[in-house]
Design a protein around this ligand. Structure first.
Ligand SMILES: Nc1ncnc2c1ncn2[C@@H]1O[C@H](COP(=O)(O)OP(=O)(O)OP(=O)(O)O)[C@@H](O)[C@H]1O
Length: 265
């Protein structure tokens, strides 16, 4: 496996062909490099192809054209170097927390004792110590989403792909999760691509915010976020933070309005 976890997205296009209906051009000419250890957030109108791009990066779906590489290695299918966290928790309801967190390792063939030891480490990191043998239905939404994040981290991916991971949470839980994610990332230094509709979440977490145009998704702007790190929730009250959120909102507002008028049947 390559040591360099830089993500290279080159000339990616995606058009969905639909039987009996017009095709949908979702992505056009996406070129993006996410450096090893960098945290990049993607924001944009609904339907601008953000989730499609993440699925292509993860290898769940092929691009119509273009390439994805991690370091010098081209990727076209899911692999242990990338892990995805979805908006809705995707836990197995019949498995306990420790079994869910160790699930990716079990699939990889790791023996029980070893994978449980690793799972315990990530359960602890996610602040879930004491809940190892609970089932998903015994946890709150925020706790389930922490299990999802722990499960993604347990396979030790070089690249973490987060598709609106906190969208289903209430505002306070979301803020706590944002701070937790930052502290985990501060220790683990993964390459991260986060999709979010919350501009303040994008600014708070990332090194760079990429703004997508309305469909077909194209990169409209890239805004470096030069707020000092480590960041805590206090930074959200600073003038620099508010100005960045405002700048990005102005960029995206026009695209959001356009996106509303482009809904697909
Ligand atoms: N399997 C598919 N078949 C046909 N069209 C699709 C398919 N998946 C996505 N699309 C279309 O591609 C476009 C991009 O969808 P995508 O989910 O990537 O957007 P998004 O930016 O993630 O949206 P949101 O922010 O609402 O989640 C949309 O118009 C969507 O309807």
């Amino acid at each position: 496996m390559t040591d360099d976890a830089t993500l290279h997205i080159r000339g990616v296009n995606k058009t969905f062909l639909r039987t009996g209906k017009p095709s949908v051009e979702a992505l056009r000419d996406i070129d993006l490099t996410v450096k090893d250890g960098e945290f990049v957030a993607i924001v944009g109108a609904s339907g601008s192809g953000k989730s499609t791009l993440l699925r292509i990066i993860d290898g769940l779906m092929p691009a119509s054209s273009g390439t994805i590489a991690v370091g010098s290695r081209a990727v076209s299918r899911p692999g242990p170097d990338r892990a995805m966290v979805f908006q809705n928790d995707s836990l197995l309801p019949w498995k306990t927390v420790i079994e869910n967190v160790g699930y990716g390792l079990a699939i990889g063939g790791m023996a029980r004792a070893e994978r449980e030891a690793i799972a315990r480490r990530f359960i602890e990191l996610a602040g879930l110590r004491g809940f190892e043998h609970h089932y998903p239905h015994q946890l709150s939404g925020g706790m389930r989403q922490r299990v999802n994040v722990a499960r993604a981290l347990a396979v030790d991916p070089r690249i973490l792909l987060l598709d609106e991971p906190f969208a289903a949470l209430d505002a306070q839980t979301r803020e706590i999760m944002q701070a937790e994610l930052l502290s985990i990332w501060g220790r683990q230094k993964k390459t991260v691509v986060l999709i979010t509709h919350q501009i303040d979440e994008a600014v708070f977490l990332s090194d760079r915010v990429v703004v997508f145009s309305a469909r077909p998704g194209q990169i409209r702007a890239e805004i470096p976020i030069d707020l000092p790190r480590p960041r805590d929730l206090e930074v959200k009250r600073s003038l620099a933070f508010v100005q960045l959120v405002d700048e990005i909102w102005k960029l995206i507002e026009h695209e959001v309005r356009l996106g509303m008028s482009l809904a697909v049947d």
